[in-house]
Each structure stands twice: as C-alpha cells, then as structure tokens.
Design a protein around this ligand. Structure first.
Ligand code: NDP
Length: 235
C-alpha cells in the first residue's frame, strides 16, 4: 500500500538513500532540501530549512496537498560544526542544536499533530556516538543525544494514537559528512568497528524502511544502533 513519506535532508547522503528506498517500494515520497534540488526521479522535492518552523509548516502544507497527510516522517537533516571546547563558538553550538534538535522537533511536531494516521511512523536519524560523546563534537554528540530524548518523549505522547517513534543510530556512513572528517578521525572510527568498514547509506535506509513497515509495528521508542558492531564493542 502506497504511503505518503517525507524525508528531511533527502537530497543527498543517507536521506537520499532513504527516499529512494521508499520510492522503490512504491510509496509517495517527498524530500526537503535546503540548498539544491537534485531532481530525484519520482520524488517530490520541497525547499525547506528545518531551523525555521514557518518553512517547515509550509513544506508540510505542500506535501499534504500533493501526497496527502504524511504517514512516515524521517527526520534526517543534520549538521556538524566540530571544534574543541575552548574554540567552539556560540554560533557553532547553536547552529548544530537549531538543526539537529529544534529542526527534528519542528518536523515531528507538525507530523505528529492532527493529520498523521494510526499506524504512522516518525523515525529520527541520530548517531551511534550519542550515548558516548566524541572528541571535538560536544555540540553534535549532545544534540544527537537530545534527539533520543525527543524520540522517547514523543513516543509516549503519540503511542495512544497508534504512531510509533524511533531513532536510528548510524555509525560512520560514507557520505559528504563523513568525508569532512580528518584522516586521523576516520582511522579511529575504523578501528572501533568490528566489521572493519564504514556503512553505506543504503544500509541505513534498509533499517529505516523496516522500522516504517508493518513488521516493526511493536517496536517503539528504541534507539537502534546500525554501526557494524562499534557500539557493542565500546560497551
Ligand atoms: P550529509 O552532510 O551528506 O547531508 C546532510 C543533509 O541534511 C543534507 O541533505 C542537507 O541539505 C540537510 N540539512 C542540513 N541542514 C539543514 C537545514 N537547516 N534544513 C534542511 N536540511 C538541512 O549528511 P549525512 O547524509 O551523512 O547525514 C544524514 C543524517 O545522518 C544526519 O542527521 C547525520 O547527523 C546522521 N549521521 C550521519 C553519519 C555519517 O557518518 N554520515 C553517522 C551518524 C549519523 P543540503 O544539502 O541542502 O545542505
């Protein structure tokens, strides 16, 4: 059955793989992009900066008009702005929080209010480092932990309506965001992954699609690592 799916930050990286996976399953898929519409065949693209709640509401209005009420929301848009504590500016801290935490809140608030039907799904893309922190990523790691708190809170509020809310915690995944890391950081990541390699965007997308499926109807409020074993390795 075709569902109305919205993926924020779906123009590239993990979000794009998620959008293409749902499209290939026959869903009506919309993405938001901030900078450039990549023109993904069969996918509706709407410009939206998730840090602006008015743009979020306008994007939902457009998606609802074209595809019907959003039934699956994937809150994927996210940024890094790495720096060590002494050098991290207010702007770097706020930018990451406004995108990763407030942005996730704005889209989840809109999706979780009136139109989302019974059986709806909200899935946030957090990070495997959220429970541990990361060197030079005080802003990013804490924002990703904040997303998990959001997910677990919204799960309690929305469960009575039959809507599940979960978080996926990717380990290092081969995207532009990963490419920005230093060679030392990449080497450290690889050492921590028992499978000895990075993930691919499609490997995250497959898990998101599963959580959105009826097979995952009883999974609610989880923070699911998809990281080649890195998290288990650290515990
Ligand atoms: P990319 O840097 O490749 O893509 C980020 C996406 O977020 C882009 O589509 C970008 O849009 C969008 N975005 C950023 N800021 C905004 C904003 N203010 N409003 C709307 N969209 C915005 O990242 P990834 O694909 O790697 O990451 C996707 C998610 O996965 C993120 O939440 C990230 O934190 C998480 N993640 C990634 C990991 C990795 O190793 N890659 C590991 C763990 C988690 P635009 O192109 O228009 O700027």
């Amino acid at each position: 059955m075709s569902r109305s799916v919205l993926v924020t930050g779906g123009n590239r990286g993990i979000g794009r793989a998620v959008a293409e996976t749902f499209r290939d399953e026959g869903d009506r898929v919309a993405i938001t992009y901030r900078t450039e519409d990549p023109g993904i065949p069969g996918v509706l693209a709407v410009r939206c900066d998730v840090t602006d709640s008015e743009q979020v509401d306008a994007a939902f209005d457009e998606v609802e008009a074209r595809h019907g009420a959003v039934e699956v929301l994937v809150a994927n848009a996210g940024v890094t702005a790495d720096n060590l504590l002494a050098d991290m500016s207010d702007e770097q801290f706020r930018h990451v929080y406004e995108t990763n935490v407030a942005g996730t809140f704005y889209v989840a608030r809109r999706a979780g209010t009136a139109p989302m039907p019974d059986g709806g799904r909200i899935i946030a893309i957090s990070s495997a480092i959220a429970p541990y922190g990361a060197y030079g990523q005080a802003n990013y790691a804490s924002s990703k932990a904040g997303q998990i708190g959001l997910v677990k809170s919204l799960m309690r509020e929305l469960a009575p309506r039959g809507i599940t809310v979960n978080a996926v915690l990717p380990g290092p995944v081969q995207t532009d965001m990963y490419d920005e890391l230093s060679p030392e950081a990449k080497a450290g990541h690889l050492r921590s992954i028992p499978l000895g390699r990075c993930g691919q965007p499609e490997e995250i997308a497959g898990v998101v699609a599963f959580l959105a499926s009826s097979k995952a109807a009883f999974i609610n409020g989880v923070a699911l690592p998809v990281d080649g074993g890195a998290l288990g390795h650290l515990i």
